[in-house]
Design a protein around this ligand. Structure first.
Ligand SMILES: Cc1cc2nc3c(=O)[nH]c(=O)nc-3n(C[C@H](O)[C@H](O)[C@H](O)COP(=O)(O)OP(=O)(O)OC[C@H]3O[C@@H](n4cnc5c(N)ncnc54)[C@H](O)[C@@H]3O)c2cc1C
Length: 454
């Protein structure tokens, strides 16, 4: 039996349950998280001294948030928790971490990757103007700092987060110009029979829409973004086409937008886990089975970092991955609990199909992105330049197109522009998106100071 401490990256719902399971087996895992406190995205904690109650911060999920925080806090002394620690590279059995402005190496043997997800965006003309945020960014401002991103905010995009964040702003007294969903109403209606299987999740969604409408807020379906307008160096309006194709202009001082979530997969890539295209989530995901095991021995996946499934699933698969790790180390974990977790995970996975159908990634918007749109904001590459480079240099693979155009080569390493760039490239070359591949993960997986990387 190997007693070296296992490592968990991420202290969100998945990482918390993984750590608790390992701690219960007295393994004292090392838990690394770039955030200053545990909780992850959904159960992000307010900074010290902020006193908004759980109900105000987490709404319907307040009890779950409290439970998870209590579990994590109860682990003090039985885990080696290292907050404010960004893992920016992993190779040759060592993690490279940024902590307190300095790089540290942490050797590993067994590791559970639970780094969560980020917003999936599609650039549109003007999207880099001050005042334009992702939905997740808008939510963090509210949840973490109690701030709104503007006085008259347009929420635009699609996915459950669109309605949740708009509802949270409305409930906190924020001004909302409108909620504009790119998914046509008919697509949602078709998904209803499947969504009914989601029970409270579906009910919560209906509640958010009803609560927004009850406040007199316009909720429109089937829209297409056109451009953001600028005044005094900030966003002043959003132009969009409504479902009937009529162009409209909505005055605003902020926009929050997003089109679902993308898994944070760069560390899995650096760990050399093979990837496969997931047709439901329309993205390449690291290969793993329901236990969280991957083809790479000693590397396990849990939570949204292995495929978007939500916070409840993240807790379940965090525990399941930790049990897999324990089994592989020769611990007796029994059969009933792993089987129970797997059954619950299968139920949630079945619900994912209608949920994705109700809020499909609007690939046609990315495919038809106007040439002048800034596609890669880090390197200043427009969609037109990217298309030209791909066509004239015959780059029918995304890493080749990146090399020729610099799209995805900047600070974010394509984490922001990559999903849309893949669709732009595929459409330009008339190929299915999965044929043009995925951007390979490169260290540093997130921006770090030059002095640390050298
Ligand atoms: C911005 C945002 C807001 C969301 N808000 C909601 C919401 O309000 N309601 C809802 O139902 N769902 C929400 N979701 C989805 C929800 O967060 C997830 O389903 C759930 O939190 C997944 O849990 P997880 O443990 O897999 O990941 P997360 O909760 O995302 O936790 C991952 C943790 O890993 C850490 N991490 C990531 N990369 C590194 C690294 N390289 N080094 C060190 N640490 C790292 C992060 O700091 C984070 O604490 C949101 C998602 C996002 C991206």
């Amino acid at each position: 039996m190997d007693d070296r401490p296992p490592i968990v990256i991420g202290a969100g719902p998945a990482g918390t349950r993984a750590a608790a399971t390992l701690a219960a087996a007295r393994l004292v895992p090392i838990v690394l998280d770039e955030a200053p406190a545990s909780g992850g995205q959904i159960y992000r904690r307010a900074p010290a001294g902020f006193t908004r109650p759980y109900r105000a911060l987490y709404g319907f999920d307040a009890a779950k948030a409290r439970r998870l925080h209590t579990v994590f806090d109860g682990l003090a002394g039985s885990i080696d928790y290292r907050p404010d620690t960004l893992v920016w590279d992993m190779r040759h059995g060592a993690l490279h971490c940024l902590c307190g402005g300095r790089s540290r190496e942490v050797p590993y043997r067994d590791i559970i990757l639970a780094p969560g997800a980020r917003d999936r965006i599609i650039p549109f003309p003007g999207w880099t103007l001050p005042g334009i945020y992702t939905l997740g960014g808008a939510q963090i401002a509210l949840k973490y700092q109690g701030c709104a991103i503007g006085r008259r905010v347009v929420f635009m995009g699609t996915g459950p987060l669109l309605y949740l964040v708009a509802y949270q702003y409305a409930k906190a007294g924020g001004g909302i110009a409108a909620v504009l969903d790119t998914t046509p109403f008919a697509a949602k209606r078709r998904a209803v029979p499947g969504l009914l299987r989601g029970g409270s999740t579906f009910a919560k969604g209906l509640w958010y829409v009803a609560a927004l409408r009850a406040r007199g807020i316009t909720v429109a379906n089937g829209i297409r973004p056109v451009a953001a307008e600028e005044k005094d160096a900030a966003v002043s309006a959003l132009l969009y086409r409504d479902a009937a194709g009529t162009q409209r202009r909505l005055a605003c001082d902020a926009v929050a937008f997003g089109f679902g979530l993308s898994s944070e997969t760069q560390l899995a890539d650096l760990a050399e886990i093979p990837f496969a295209f997931d047709p439901v989530q329309q993205q390449f995901l690291p290969e793993h089975d329901i236990t969280g095991r991957t083809p790479v021995r000693g590397v396990y996946l849990a939570g949204d970092g292995s495929g978007i499934a939500g916070a409840v699933a993240a807790e379940l698969c965090g525990e399941r991955a930790a049990l897999a790790l324990l089994e592989d180390r020769g611990h007796e974990v029994g059969k009933p609990r792993p089987a129970e977790l797997e059954r619950a995970l299968r139920r949630i996975a079945a619900f994912r199909v209608p949920l994705e159908a109700a809020f499909p990634f609007p690939a046609d918007i990315a495919a038809g992105m106007p040439d002048e749109t800034l596609l890669c904001r880090c390197e200043g590459v427009t969609a037109g330049e990217f298309r030209r480079a791909a066509r004239t240099l015959e780059a029918d693979e995304i890493n080749r197109a990146k090399a020729f155009s610099r799209c995805g080569m900047g600070r974010c390493q394509g984490r922001v522009c990559g999903p849309a760039a893949a669709v732009v490239l595929a459409a330009a070359l008339n190929l299915p998106t999965e044929r043009i591949g995925r951007l390979r993960g490169q260290p540093p997986v997130k921006p770090i100071p030059m002095a640390v990387a050298t």
